[in-house]
Write a protein that binds this ligand. Structure first.
Ligand SMILES: *Cc1c(COP(=O)(O)O)cnc(C)c1O
Length: 232
């Protein structure tokens, strides 16, 4: 089977360290979200044992089940997938981050459900930065309206932007897409002097995390390099 998950995890930490050094950044600025989608609970537990606490899932039902079976209160659960508004109610009691919000209607639903639970849910606004049509996220022009709406929410804390780059083996091809996300952050941060602090940029995955870190990522979402290839 080759390397263990813990060994692969250490290699990712090394890659993040090296990328930060190269970019003149401090690796404490980077949150690594381990994307455990489709992998068994044992793999997640393996990583929790090393002290890792941020995990990402891209489908509502598996996230719900995972939050149920892995009881560790310190784990920060991230939802990173395509989100149907009517699924928010199933995760609101426990999810810590929803990275894939791209419309006001979804923000409104997060606010309602988080209020019911007496919680605050962290949210990233997903922006379509890739050249591929079918990639999800709002268009850059829609950001201002969404962020303006977000300013008055009490239970929904917009913490930044998320983007998925074009799928390619050539990491340099995605650099302009990451630059676009950073520029959108700089343009909209504290919009109208408001409270919305876009401190996070969630971008970069197994193939392109170095480029993402060079371009300002504060969160990288890594699946394959930690847990191995997925069959789907
Ligand atoms: C699967 C997934 C990842 C992780 O991708 P890898 O290439 O396996 O590291 C990151 N972000 C999202 C939104 C995903 O769905």
């Amino acid at each position: 089977m080759g390397q263990s998950i813990q060994q692969r995890y250490r290699e990712i930490l090394n890659r993040i360290d090296a990328a930060c050094k190269h970019a003149g950044r401090n690796s404490s600025e980077i949150v690594l979200v381990a994307v455990s989608k489709t992998k068994p609970d044992e793999d997640v537990l393996d990583l929790i044992e090393t002290g890792h606490l941020h995990f990402g899932e891209n489908r509502a039902k598996p996230l719900e089940e995972r939050m149920e079976t892995i009881k560790n209160e310190e784990v920060q659960w991230h939802f990173i997938g395509n989100l149907q508004t009517n699924k928010i109610k199933y995760m609101a009691h426990r999810v810590n981050w929803i990275q894939s919000i791209h419309k006001k209607k979804a923000l409104k639903e997060v606010e309602k459900r988080a209020a019911e639970e007496g919680r605050i849910i962290n949210v990233l606004i997903q922006v379509n930065i890739s050249a591929e049509d079918q990639k999800s996220g709002c268009d850059p022009e829609e950001l201002e309206g969404i962020l303006t709406y977000a300013q008055n929410l009490k239970h929904t804390r917009v913490q930044g932007l998320m983007g998925m780059a074009t799928f390619t083996d050539d990491a340099e091809k995605v650099r302009p897409e990451f630059i676009l996300l950073r520029e959108l952050r700089d343009k909209h941060n504290h919009l109208n002097g408001g409270a919305v602090d876009l401190k996070h940029l969630s971008m970069g995955m197994t193939n392109d995390l170095e480029v993402a870190i060079e371009e300002g990522a504060t969160m990288v979402r890594v699946g394959t390099a930690i847990f191995g290839e997925r069959s789907y």
